[in-house]
Design a protein around this ligand. Sequence first.
Ligand code: SAH
Ligand code: SF4
Ligand code: F3S
Length: 441
Amino acid sequence: MKVYIETYGCQMNEYDTELAVSLLEMHGYEVISVPEEADIALLNTCSVRENANRKVLARVHDLRHKANNGDLVIGILGCMATDYQEKLIDNIRLPINFIAGPDSYRRLPELIDQCLHFQNRLMDVTLSKTETYDGVVPVRTSGVNAWIAVMRGCNNFCSFCVVPYTRGRERSRSVQSVVDETRRIVRDGYPQVTLLGQNVNSYRHEDHDFAGLLEAVSAVDGIERIRFTSPHPKDFPDPLIRVMADHPKICKHIHLPLQAGNSRILELMRRTYTKEDYLRLVDKIRSHIPDVVLSTDIIVGFPTETDQEFKDTVDVVNKVRFDSAFIFKYSERDGTLAQKHFTDDVPEEVKTERIVTLNELQKSISLHKNRAHIGQVHDVLIEADSTKKSDKDIQGRNDGNKLVILPKKHHNIGDFVRAKITDASAHVLRGVVKNSDETRL
Ligand code: SAH
Ligand code: SF4
Ligand code: F3S
């Protein structure tokens, strides 16, 4: 039986797809990359904003329509499954056979098997307090970066966010199991590991916290780059800053979601920090790690956000000068505290105005910060042939996670090169490889 999988949403979902592939291959399924030849098509979905859902529903009809195989089994995995539950599976206009939430992947082979033999629609959206898929070795395909989910779930219940409902409560893997997995990654030839969690600095296992985990992973022989995402600004403790500053293998990039710059809005969002707390944290991080690259997520148009309050977000963006930012319009999600307590009352045009303002501001800051790298020499890990126009280029990332485009020579994916930055846009750096020391670092 041939299975085709598409992945939407965040890195955690990409990792979960690798787990699902592993579990399916263990049970004799073959995973293929073209839907037309599949017996089973799975969509690993995201529910964080309304437009993520729309894309998936359109795709389900598209797959059914294009399928050569009239018996194609279609399954919805991931966050839409736990978010919508019966609304998905009982909707007879949706041509799907089963849904399975993020904690149900061990049952995938069984669910598919039942769908193949019986006609009824199936659902498993049970959330677990303990499932971490410890012991399931993901089937990794990226070549350079290996993900490890060190914790799953979220207990924060930010008022806008559906994730605590779609992924359940926080639980962490043991330090030993993450270290063992990192050793395996090194043996498999990966230079980089990214530790994942919805809320990675809530990591707790016995008396180990996230700083301790990072330190243990840094001690693994042969791992060359360590990244993590996403930390929550409410707990970014001093020991974590120190571990980052002290260990050269830990990349100096922090994705630190701001969400809003106004303290009243932050309180309504239940983020548990104020504008001033956030600015103080950034100052502290920069005083210990001066060249740190900072990126963020921002939501505009949260219910009741006034123009004046939005200016606080602009103010934080101006003060912090993030290297990059993902900016979203508030999207009301059923069942969240914000949906229960507020009306989605900021008009669409105002949300658009605010997102345009912030995107333009951020673009000019990103451009300025990227151009400041011109003339510097960066260590670049080659990731792929360049996806930009030219086949004469390759691309990689510097320590700060910025994309660097280089002329293609005899380098291989996974090589480290020292590159002199020669040009920059708001989104990418361009460079040339320094000839004298092209070897692996
Ligand atoms: N766990 C991560 C966030 C995961 S969701 C964290 O806490 O940082 C990724 C981003 O989507 C969030 O940071 C937020 O900016 C955005 N987001 C989440 N819910 C949203 C909503 N209802 N409307 C618009 N953006 C949302
Ligand atoms: Fe959502 Fe907040 Fe949890 Fe992030 S920390 S996943 S934004 S509830
Ligand atoms: Fe989306 Fe679920 Fe990730 S809602 S952002 S796929 S945790």
